[in-house]
Write a protein that binds this ligand. Structure first.
Ligand SMILES: NC(=O)c1ccc[n+]([C@@H]2O[C@H](COP(=O)([O-])OP(=O)(O)OC[C@H]3O[C@@H](n4cnc5c(N)ncnc54)[C@H](O)[C@@H]3O)[C@@H](O)[C@H]2O)c1
Length: 242
């Protein structure tokens, strides 16, 4: 029976959407969850919800773009069993609609942020000789998504860096995987929808591009992390897609 009892996990961007749902699921499975987010209020709300359901969680204010902060938090809370690099931001636009600062901003969070967290946490997890790192990529890390030029490039980078980590650290007992969700109904997507003249129509259009004609729920993505943690542990698998 799957359980995360006695496991300690950090989830970045866990104040909202998919990260918050992963925090809920991990806590439900018995893990001690560090709910990391640059938004303290959002992190505390996730923690309060988990604690109200009898789970174990602690808020960590962390902006993943800040390298020294990642190091400081790692020194405070390691050892850990699970790291979920979920924090990420979006941008709508093709090349012509993407400025250098748009691109830099997206890289700082979506790529450099994953790197910073890995640099801070992975060495000591490797020393321990067991653990799992899960990076949140996107379907935009496998195929191009229309009018998401910068976002697509960052998520291809997340897939690439996950493969590189899995290859370089195979046979260490530490596994590196990423998840590539399609559209998930989170504040991230709802914020974008609100920018359209007809949000309801935009919702239907976005949903119709998905294979099953609807957007995923955050908890569906959260449960897919448990597939990585359990089935892939049994198979000792790294670098695959869910
Ligand atoms: N929603 C989707 O359709 C979808 C699809 C595929 C992949 N994803 C990916 O899933 C992840 C989560 O997306 P979501 O939809 O839940 O987003 P969301 O906006 O609902 O939540 C993201 C959280 O990350 C936090 N965050 C942002 N920048 C941060 C930083 N620098 N440091 C720490 N925390 C930071 C935010 O405060 C927020 O709480 C992202 O990496 C996103 O690219 C989302």
């Amino acid at each position: 029976m799957f359980s995360l009892k006695d496991k300690r996990a950090i989830i970045t961007g866990a104040g909202s959407g998919i990260g918050a749902a992963i925090a809920d699921v991990f806590a439900l499975q018995g893990a001690y969850v560090y709910v990391a987010d640059r938004d303290e209020k959002a992190a505390c709300e996730t923690v309060a919800r988990i604690q109200a359901s009898g789970g174990l969680a602690e808020a960590v204010v962390l902006d993943v773009t800040q390298e020294t902060e990642c190091e400081r938090i790692a020194n405070l809370i390691l050892p850990l069993d699970i790291v979920v690099n979920n924090a990420g931001i979006g941008h709508v636009g093709n090349l012509l609609q993407t400025s250098v600062s748009d691109l830099d901003k997206l890289y700082q969070v979506n790529v450099r942020g994953v790197f910073n967290v890995c640099k801070a946490f992975v060495p000591r997890i490797l020393e321990k000789g067991s653990g799992s790192v899960i990076n949140m990529a996107s379907v935009g890390g496998i195929v191009a998504v229309r009018d998401r030029f910068a976002y697509t490039t960052t998520k291809f980078a997340v897939v690439g860096l996950t493969k590189a980590l899995a290859l370089d650290h195979s046979h260490t007992g530490v596994r590196f995987n990423c998840i590539c969700p399609g559209r998930v109904e989170t504040p991230f997507v709802k914020g974008r929808l609100a920018e359209y003249p007809d949000p309801q129509k935009a919702y239907q259009e976005m949903a119709s591009t998905q294979l099953n004609g609807r957007m995923a729920r955050p908890d569906e993505i959260a449960w897919s992390t448990t597939i990585i943690l359990e089935l892939k542990r049994q198979l000792e698998m790294s670098y695959s897609f869910v």
